[in-house]
Design a protein around this ligand. Structure first.
Ligand code: ARG
Length: 265
C-alpha cells in the first residue's frame, strides 16, 4: 500500500516535470521565432502625407484611404509584417526615417537620383508624370506657356523641381505651398494661374470638382516618374520584405484589383 502510494507520487512528479519541460520548450520556441523572424511581432511605422488623393487622404472620420494605403497594407500582409499608418507632413517626411520616427514612407514618392543618394527605395510600384491644372478659360497649352505665369506647387515635390527649372530658382512667380490641396485652393481663389503636380492627383481633382471649371494640360516634355516605398539607407531586411510583398501582390492579382478600383474606367 505504501509502495503504491510512493509510486503514484513519483509518477505524478515525472508527469508534472515533463509537462513543465514541454511548456518551457514551447516558450523557448515561440521566443526564438520572435527573435529571428522577429519582426512578425514588430509593427513598422509608415509615414504618409495624407493629402494626396487618390493615393492617400483622410476620410471625415479619420480613416486613411487611397491607392497607396491599400497597396502598403497588401504588401505588409504578403510580406509577413505589421504596419501602422501615421499622417506625416511632406516637409521633413524623409528625415523621419533617419530619426527612427518612421520605418517606411509611402506617399506617392517619386524615385529620383537625388533621393536615392540618401534613402533606399523599393522596386517601382506606379508610373506617373507631372500634369498642369488651369482654369478652362486659360490660354495655357503647354508647359512652356507657364514661363510668365504664377504657378502653385507643393514645396519639395518633383512638381516644384520642374517649375523651378522652367521659371528659375529666384523667380517670384512660384508659390510654394505646404500641401497640394492648398495649391489647388490658390488656383480656385485666383492666387495662381496654374498648379503643377502628379497627373493622378491633378486628374482626380479636376474630375471631382467639375463645378469649379478646371482642365488639365499635359505636356510631352514631362519625364516619366516612378513611385517607390522609401526606407532608411541600409535596412536591407525590411526592404527585402517590402519587395517580396510587392512582387507577391503583382503576381497574385491583388495589385491589379486595387489598381482597377482607383484607376480603371
Ligand atoms: N511624386 C511627387 C514627389 O515625389 C509628389 C509626391 C507628393 N506626395 C504627397 N503625398 N504629398 O515629389
Amino acid at each position: 500500500m505504501k509502495k503504491t502510494k510512493i509510486l503514484m507520487y513519483v509518477l505524478a512528479m515525472v508527469l508534472t516535470l515533463s509537462l513543465a519541460a514541454c511548456g518551457s520548450k514551447q516558450n523557448a520556441e515561440s521566443e526564438s521565432t520572435g527573435a529571428s523572424g522577429g519582426d512578425s511581432q514588430k509593427e513598422y511605422l509608415v509615414g504618409t502625407d495624407a493629402s494626396y488623393a487618390p493615393f492617400e487622404s483622410m476620410t471625415a472620420d479619420n480613416q486613411f484611404v487611397g491607392f497607396d494605403m491599400e497597396i502598403v497594407q497588401a504588401i505588409a500582409d504578403k510580406g509577413g509584417f505589421k504596419i501602422k499608418l501615421i499622417n506625416t507632413p511632406w516637409e521633413g517626411i524623409f528625415a523621419t526615417l533617419n530619426s527612427g520616427d518612421r520605418d517606411i514612407i509611402i506617399s506617392a514618392v517619386t524615385i529620383t537620383e537625388e533621393r536615392l543618394k540618401e534613402y533606399d527605395f523599393s522596386d517601382p510600384y506606379f508610373d506617373a508624370k507631372q500634369s498642369i491644372a488651369v482654369p478652362k478659360t486659360s490660354s495655357v497649352q503647354k508647359f512652356d506657356d507657364l514661363k510668365d505665369k504664377v504657378v502653385g506647387v507643393q514645396t519639395g515635390t518633383t512638381g516644384d523641381e520642374v517649375v523651378t527649372k522652367l521659371l528659375g530658382a529666384d523667380s517670384g512667380n512660384i508659390k510654394r505651398l505646404e500641401t497640394t490641396p492648398l495649391a489647388l485652393k490658390e488656383l480656385e481663389n485666383g492666387g495662381v494661374d496654374a498648379v503643377v503636380a502628379d497627373n493622378g492627383v491633378v486628374n482626380n481633382y479636376v474630375k471631382n470638382n467639375s463645378d469649379k471649371g478646371f482642365k488639365t494640360v499635359d505636356d510631352a516634355s514631362f519625364a516619366k516618374e516612378s513611385y517607390g516605398l522609401v526606407t532608411k539607407k541600409g535596412n536591407k531586411e525590411l526592404l527585402d520584405k517590402i519587395n517580396a510583398g510587392l512582387k507577391a501582390i503583382k503576381e497574385d492579382g491583388t495589385y491589379d484589383t486595387i489598381y482597377q478600383k482607383y484607376f480603371g474606367e
